[in-house]
Design a protein around this ligand. Structure first.
Ligand code: GLU
Length: 485
């Protein structure tokens, strides 16, 4: 039975590297009918951000990565929040103390800082805990613990030999023991560090496969020493290379790179994000590019994982998003587009259904929609240069004539249905021996003030309505007259 876990720390948002880890972990488990569980790693309480745990639940649901076990869904291996498992860790730590694989340490912060400073001045960058407390007589150490003196428990890493493990992606990874620090396993507040809790919980939760970032590659040999000391079998490890912004730096909220929530808020659709993220460092081995979550479950294979850091290419994400939006059911599109239309058109009575038809395949990211439709709310201040268009064979002089002809005809129309507007303009064009473009370009320019718009002259006239359309045409006439004087 495959059991995997996603084990985020509640530090505020689901970054895209984290989302990718969660996704691969989910896919790996689901493909083999295994269990995907969520474990919240909150033992570093100073880093915890209020509300972050709920955000994790919400983000995973939004991503469609439903976990079989977890803090808010329960399960037989709970609790799934590490701070609620506090009592679990100490007995194992004491077992390690008994066997000599760990030891209590009473060094105060000040003592450590002093010795560290001294060591750094002699050999910079080489400081490791100096095993000072390892040499305390056992009886004395136990007595001091009993007496309530603050202590931590440290791992006793051997000073010779090496420690290693096998990673499914990176192969055998080994580190000489004399480069490894005697990490704290249990802190003075009684809570375990990540270094200890991940080992205990992965074992107790019977995790068979661990996927996590390569930042843990170098400490995993040390975790394996703990598995050995406890007589446990370690899980299979699959460390994943980072998601990079560019060749030199990791994707990071600190530099303003978006989180999953940010992307959703910007109007990327979840399916596009998931599809895009899946391909950041994994390839199906063929040319396929489009995958639903279910298809990913079928197609996923660790053999397709890459060791090379993946570069987050925003243009590619935009491309995926545009594809997904274009293929979206129209009613879904309308529902998603409506709040974005509302940002600039609320209360204007615009026919959103018609506007949505025009915008559907023109929408790359929803947060660009308000700018694309703002001209309907407010005529942009445009330059009359816009009336000159070589291919359409129009210029300012001709445009003025066209608008002067069109204005009274449109004013006569009883209805501003698109077909009615179109017919009236076409008849007018014929009558004056104008090409379609020579009629439509000036009208569309006057109505929109833009070089490119969703829909042409007749669609825009309909969306604006008669009164506003005529007002804009008069503005155009005025502008052109003034320029002609
Ligand atoms: N809590 C760790 C993190 O958020 C998880 C590492 C792991 O999956 O073991 O980076």
């Amino acid at each position: 039975m495959i059991r995997t876990r996603f084990a985020p720390s509640p530090t505020g948002y689901l970054h895209l590297g984290g989302l990718r880890t969660a996704l691969y972990t989910y896919l790996f488990a689901k493909q083999q009918n295994g269990v995907f569980l969520l474990r919240v790693e909150d033992t570093d309480q100073e880093r915890e951000v209020p509300g972050a745990v709920e955000l994790i639940y919400q983000s995973l649901r939004q991503a469609g990565l439903l976990y079989d076990e977890g803090p808010d869904v329960g399960g037989p291996y709970g609790p799934y929040i590490q701070s609620q498992r506090k009592a679990t860790y100490m007995p194992y730590a004491m077992q390690l103390v008994e066997s000599g694989a760990a030891y209590p340490c009473f060094c105060t912060k000040e003592e450590l800082a002093e010795r560290r400073a001294k060591a750094e001045s002699e050999t910079p960058g080489q400081w490791k805990y100096d095993k000072h407390c390892l040499h305390l007589p056992r009886e004395e150490a136990l007595a001091r613990m009993k007496a309530g003196e603050p202590f931590v428990i440290r791992q006793n890493v051997p000073t010779t030999g090496s420690a290693g493990f096998d990673d499914l992606l990176y192969g055998h990874v080994e580190a000489p023991c004399d480069t490894l620090d005697d990490n704290v396993l249990i802190k003075a507040d009684g809570l375990p560090t990540y270094n200890f809790a991940n080992v205990i919980d992965d074992h107790l939760m019977e995790i068979t496969h661990v996927m996590r970032g390569t930042e843990y590659l170098s400490s995993t040999p040390k975790y394996n020493l703990l598995y050995e000391a406890l007589g446990w079998k370690p899980p299979v490890y699959i460390h994943l290379p980072p998601v990079m912004k560019d060749a030199s730096r990791k994707l990071s909220k600190r530099y303003g790179d978006p989180s999953f929530e940010d992307l959703l808020a910007q109007g990327y659709v979840r399916e596009a994000i998931i599809n895009f993220i899946a391909l950041l460092g994994w390839s199906p081995g063929d040319e396929r590019e489009f995958f639903t979550l279910e298809e990913l479950v079928q197609a996923f294979d660790v053999k397709g994982l890459s060791k090379a850091p993946a570069i987050f290419n925003t243009e590619k994400l935009v491309w995926f998003n545009h594809e997904y939006i274009s293929r979206m059911d129209f009613e879904d599109y309308l529902a998603m587009a409506t709040p974005w239309f509302d940002k600039v058109l609320a209360g204007k009575g615009t026919d959103y259904r018609r506007l949505a038809e025009l915008m559907h395949t023109r929408t790359e990211v929803f947060d660009r929609v308000p700018d694309q439709v703002r001209f309907l709310a407010e005529l942009p201040d445009y330059d009359i240069e816009l009336y000159t268009h070589k291919k359409m064979k129009t210029d300012a002089v001709l445009s003025l004539q066209v608008l002067e002809l069109a204005s009274p005809v449109l004013a006569e129309l009883p209805s501003f249905r698109e077909e009615a507007v179109k017919e009236a303009l076409m008849i007018l064009a014929q009558k004056h021996e104008l090409k379609t473009g020579q009629m439509m370009w000036p009208v569309r320019t006057a109505l929109s003030g833009l070089h490119s718009t969703p829909g042409g002259a007749t669609e825009i006239a309909y969306l604006l309505g008669k009164e506003e359309s005529l007002r804009r045409i008069h503005i155009g006439i005025e502008k052109l007259r003034q320029a002609g004087q």
